[in-house]
Design a protein around this ligand. Structure first.
Ligand code: AMP
Ligand code: ZN
Length: 112
């Protein structure tokens, strides 16, 4: 999608602090971290949110979760939270599917 911030980050057109990249997904540190370690994992293909996951693209989500497991393990992170906000009321500000991976501090439940 031409006017999408995260499409541009995944394509390297906007700089980011990259954590991981392969042909299907891209991971980078959040510009406004909400925990000592806070990175985002996104598909390179434009998907607007979890609400747009279907049988045609759900393989990307499975892949992203494999990547989350592998990257956290390689960084020695053994406790973390994975969050995806869907829609305005839930706090989604960038309309490109992304999974927040937060760690390094005690977390509360329920989330705010
Ligand atoms: P959400 O509010 O759930 O849609 O998450 C979007 C996240 O993207 C927020 O945590 C922002 O801090 C983060 N963000 C926005 N712009 C950038 C950027 N240029 N580089 C890294 N993270 C960003
Ligand atoms: Zn996009």
């Amino acid at each position: 999608m031409s006017d999408c911030l995260f499409c541009k980050i995944a394509a390297g057109e906007i700089p980011s602090n990259k954590v991981y990249e392969d042909n299907l997904c891209f991971a980078f540190y959040d510009i406004a971290p909400q925990a000592p370690s806070h990175f985002l994992v996104i598909p390179k293909a434009h998907i607007s949110s979890v609400a747009a996951i279907d049988s045609e693209n759900s393989n990307l989500v499975a892949h992203i979760f494999e990547v989350i497991a592998a990257v956290t393990a390689s960084e020695g992170i053994d406790s973390y939270r994975v969050v995806s906000n869907i829609g305005e009321q839930a706090g989604q500000t960038v309309p490109h599917l992304h999974f927040h991976v937060l760690s390094g501090r005690d977390m509360t439940w329920p989330p705010g």
